[in-house]
Design a protein around this ligand. Structure first.
Ligand code: FES
Length: 109
């Protein structure tokens, strides 16, 4: 199992969960109350599943596709380590830390 840490936009820990390697990160986030809309459900037609990956963990992930990079250009609060959660699987071991972008909490307001 892999530890997945979900951080709030300000960097505080919101939730830490165990997940099986290969679990889709968007599904895991939504199942654990994270404010990711994911409106296209992974069909690469939105950017509402944007998360910011911790730098060390970002380097361990497979690179984003060109299509993912193009969609990230449409997301708010994009950083160097931004990814689309629907395109990520939980890695095989260790810890994966992701932070919600600042705009994420606007979804419920
Ligand atoms: S859910 Fe739409 S691109 Fe990820």
């Amino acid at each position: 199992m892999t530890q997945v840490r979900f951080l709030k936009p300000g960097g505080e820990l919101d939730r830490e969960v165990e997940a099986a390697p290969g679990t889709n990160l968007l599904d895991l986030a939504q199942a654990n109350g994270q404010p990711l809309e994911g409106s296209c459900e992974g069909s690469m037609a939105c950017s509402t599943c944007h998360v910011i990956v911790a730098s060390n963990d970002f380097e361990r992930l497979p690179p984003a596709s060109e299509e993912e990079d193009d969609l990230l250009d449409l997301a708010a609060h994009v950083t160097r380590t931004s990814r689309l959660a629907c395109q990520l699987s939980v890695p095989a071991e260790g810890v994966l830390t992701v932070r919600m972008p600042g705009a994420a909490y606007n979804l419920d307001r």
